[in-house]
Write a protein that binds this ligand. Structure first.
Ligand code: GDP
Length: 435
């Protein structure tokens, strides 16, 4: 997918606008999982073209008083990592010095930049918007994030200017594609180096290209796989990038490209906000997930056991707790083979296909003895179920009153499915439909 970044000062209405862009898609995802996570990343579609949207501002809490330097860094990263930039300004405020500065930077960018003038709710405001020609970015789009007016024209233009992505590398053997993701300094490159050797990640950076999340084929310990090469790993962090935003922004492309995400966390820091964001990013994209607790060699035995550690992580990732968690050390090469094996296993499980007749034989008796609770005196009857022929595991249950099936029951079914079949590390979808 193309990645579109929304940039701009705090309070210009970026998140309202963002929500409008991703609205429909997210409503679907969230009704399935029953939880809302990560309000800063989502998928959108217009005229049949799908793209990912990132609200750069959303990652900063208390963003009213965020430092200008922070905005600058956001803009730089958006320029680095996205395919198109939506620069949002506020007609009520007019052009601020910060807007001027951002515009100056964006004028030098060769990627598509669309200037979005927000809060244009009436004709007078249309008129006020004229001053934004002074930003030197050419034509602008006036919208009202509140009412949604103007977004259609803007999206028409956006999908028109989005670049064609290079074709995905051919993968005729259907080898697993793994992406090693995680916050800076978690040990991603060390892990990769330990696994496949030092030289791999010393590669030339082609200036200005960001569409370089490509994969390379490897054969290690008897496993063949493709490793998605991410800019975030190669371009060693020059600044302290402690904000969630940076990890997420640098992981999106790799995650979207992968089948299984190997999430490396730093054992000495725990499973923090950034780790969680990346986790949910992978989950939202329905990718397989393996969590590696790296630098386990640094954790003094006795202070914290792996059991405690694991429990804590599982609390954070609930309700999707059925994920492999391994304690590794890239330094001492402890359990690296196991990590690779697990990732391959998750890849295979994600491709599990359960025959419909068997599936009904197994699931219907379970449903019969634990039916969905009656609602308003009406009973839900589930007659038939099947796995859909989709890329990631999705299951549909046909019922007389599907709208009466609530999230707790969906979760019950999901848990049963996970007990019976092996979907460890694999997000699954469950739907109830009218027969
Ligand atoms: P990246 O930013 O995620 O790619 O992290 P790096 O691979 O560059 O590692 C960051 C730092 O952690 C480096 O100083 C590594 O030497 C160190 N490191 C990585 N893995 C381990 C490990 O398993 N144990 C210890 N003790 N240090 C590690």
């Amino acid at each position: 997918n193309n990645i579109v970044a929304i940039v701009g000062r705090p309070n210009v209405g970026k998140s309202t606008f963002f929500n409008r862009l991703i609205q429909r898609r997210d409503a679907i995802v969230d009704s399935v999982s029953g939880v809302t996570r990560d309000r800063n990343y989502g998928k959108s579609e217009w005229n049949g073209k799908e793209f990912s949207v990132i609200d750069t501002g959303g990652y900063i809490k208390g963003s009213e008083d965020i430092f200008e330097s922070e905005i600058r860094r956001q803009v730089e990263l958006a320029i680095d990592e996205s395919d198109a930039i939506l620069f949002v300004v506020d007609v009520e405020e007019g052009i601020t010095p910060m807007d001027d500065e951002v515009a100056k930077r964006l004028r030098k960018v060769t990627k598509p930049v669309l200037l979005v003038v927000n809060k244009v709710d009436n004709a007078k405001r249309e008129n006020d918007a004229l001053e934004f020609y002074n930003l030197g970015l050419g034509e602008y789009f006036t919208i009202s994030g509140m009412s949604g007016s103007g977004t259609g024209d803007l999206l028409d233009k956006l999908v028109e200017v989005l670049p064609e992505l290079p074709p995905i590398n051919e993968n005729p053997e259907e080898l697993p594609r793994f992406a090693v993701v995680g916050r800076p300094n978690a040990g991603k490159s060390s892990f990769i180096n330990a696994l496949i050797g030092e030289d791999r990640f010393v590669v030339t950076d082609i200036a200005g290209t960001t569409r370089d999340a490509i994969d390379t084929k490897y054969n290690r310990f008897g496993f063949e796989f493709n490793l998605v090469d991410t800019a975030g790993i190669r371009r060693k962090a020059k600044v302290k990038e402690d904000l969630e935003f940076y990890s997420v922004m640098r992981s999106v492309r790799a995650i979207e490209h992968a089948d299984v995400c190997i999430l490396v966390i730093d054992a000495t820091r725990g499973f923090e906000g950034q780790d969680q964001s990346i986790f949910w990013l992978a989950e939202k994209n329905r990718k397989g997930i393996v969590i590696l607790v790296n630098k386990w060699d640094l954790v003094e035995k006795g202070t914290m056991t792996s059991v405690d550690y694991e429990r804590k992580i599982r609390e954070e990732i609930a309700p999707f707790t059925d994920v492999p968690i391994l304690f590794v050390s890239a330094l001492t090469k402890q359990r690296l083979l196991k990590a690779l094996e697990t990732a391959v296993h998750v890849f295979e499980s994600r491709k599990n296909r359960i025959a419909t007749s068997k599936f009904n034989e197994v699931m219907l008796p379970i449903i019969e003895s634990n039916p969905p609770p009656a609602l308003k005196g009406k009973y839900v009857k589930i007659k038939y179920c099947m796995q859909l022929p989709t890329k990631t595991p999705q299951f549909v249950f046909f019922a007389n009153l599907p709208q009466y099936v609530k999230d707790p029951y969906k979760r019950f079914i999901e848990n049963k499915l996970r007990e019976i079949y092996d979907f460890e590390g694999v997000p699954i979808d469950i739907y109830f439909r009218q027969k």
